[in-house]
Design a protein around this ligand. Sequence first.
Ligand SMILES: C[S@@+](CC[C@H](N)C(=O)[O-])C[C@H]1O[C@@H](n2cnc3c(N)ncnc32)[C@H](O)[C@@H]1O
Length: 272
Amino acid sequence: MASHADELREQVRTRYAASAKAVTDRDQEGGCGSGGCCGGGTGADFGEALYAADQRQELPDAAVLASLGCGNPTAVAELNAGETVLDLGSGGGIDVILSARRVGPTGTAYGVDMTDEMLALAQANARQAGATNVHFLKGLIEQIPLPAESVDVVISNCVINLSIDKAAVLTEIARVLRPGGRIGISDVVAEDRLAPEQRAERGSHVGCIAGALSRGEYRSGLEAAGFEGISVQFTHRVADGMHGAVVKAVKTAAPSATGLPVVQPATGAGCC
Ligand SMILES: C[S@@+](CC[C@H](N)C(=O)[O-])C[C@H]1O[C@@H](n2cnc3c(N)ncnc32)[C@H](O)[C@@H]1O
């Protein structure tokens, strides 16, 4: 029998498959439904409105239409030529295509998504955009299908709130990043005053509201996974006490932050 978590993940997959199909069919009305996708596919708080006009102009229409994020991680993540970037929950591919341009022909942009229809849409969009340094991989963000220490920058746009195991996602991000690697994530984040039940009163899980972490939970989760220099900055309100936010952090290069015990120098041994 499927667990509640499995059912929730299946609801997410079904919802975003419908959303991808709606874009493919150019029938936006049929995809998200009211409040069904992040932002219900409308409004200025989610989706294409969060991208600058010049960014939208350089993309295929379907990539722009498929944008279901709550921010623009490519605007906050520093990306350099030759780097490897990974987008978790890449959807229609908008952030992978934009990142691929930023890292240039010597760099690589990966997208991971669990929904076949989204992967097909992203691949079509990348072809239309002429992006050759992109790879879309089928997989779960809780079990990223890439080797350890193979990525310079992890980005994600309104996906981690949908995960049924956020600790696993943060641990996986730390695993695939090289030491010193960085994250630039857009997500819905709750104020610390809101208990999980209060977040659920404000919107659905598939609509990117009920599953949101609070700012404190994001910080402590990242710290436990081995990150430092953590900032969680609210950018715009999406519901009472809930915000679109930019999450930045750096994977520490020091092995002591992996959670393994650190041997302290003996007292009186000349330290400090
Ligand atoms: C709200 S959409 C955002 C898509 C894209 N990041 C954007 O900004 O347009 C969420 C996407 O994440 C994918 N997704 C959700 N949970 C996932 C998981 N646990 N593992 C992999 N992909 C997931 C969905 O299939 C969907 O494409």
